[in-house]
Design a protein around this ligand. Structure first.
Ligand SMILES: [Zn+2]
Length: 190
């Protein structure tokens, strides 16, 4: 299982950036919602970043980045607490506390940065329309799923940012419409 540090997470965020897009808030966050079902060996630790156009999350357990256009998530709001920092409530599809809500605990300095970066998120700058291609990567499956899905899997990774773009099923590439990490449209390699 990969365990990341802040520098690795930040480098992963930076690789997803578009020209002129900058990171306005970045830091560690810990999901305090104990109701959300979690897999064995998953981690409540994340890094979050906000740019002019996107909210980006990097999971310590998954080692992957995912992002959303700022205006898209049903719930993406800060609950501020005096002295201790705050909570970022994030629920992209609005599924509620038992199915999709993350309660991301952040420290005071990240809370301040998020407060500024998330203001007026409905009016966020639109992303430029860009596309990307993918490559096939072999990943070793964690021991607890190896007996079901085999020792290794083939996944599709984005040639621009390294993010997850789909799976290989029965020898056939099944790309997603957009890269989950940078949201660029995924094209088939020539
Ligand atoms: Zn990408």
């Amino acid at each position: 299982m990969s365990r990341m540090d802040a520098a690795t997470a930040r480098a992963m965020v930076d690789r997803t950036l578009y020209q002129g897009e900058t990171v306005r808030a970045f830091g560690a966050a810990r999901d305090m919602n104990a109701l959300t079902p979690t897999l064995v060996d998953s981690s409540p630790n994340f890094w979050v970043a906000v740019t002019e156009s996107r909210f980006i999350q990097v999971g310590e357990a998954s080692g992957k980045a995912t992002s959303h256009r700022l205006a898209e998530p049903q719930v993406l709001e800060l609950r501020k607490k005096l002295f201790v920092g705050g909570w970022l409530r994030f629920d992209p599809a609005g599924l509620g506390p038992e199915l999709g809500l993350a309660l991301l605990k952040v420290d005071r300095s990240l809370m301040r940065a998020l407060d500024v970066a998330l203001a007026d998120r409905a009016q966020a700058k639109p992303l430029p329309k860009e596309s990307t291609t993918y490559s096939v990567e072999v990943v070793k499956n964690p021991a607890y799923v190896a007996s079901f899905v085999g020792e290794e899997s083939h996944v599709l990774v984005c040639d621009t940012c390294g993010g997850y773009c789909g799976e290989v099923v029965d020898g056939e590439a099944q790309p997603q419409p957009d890269c989950t990490a940078c949201l660029r449209q995924v094209m088939n390699p020539a």
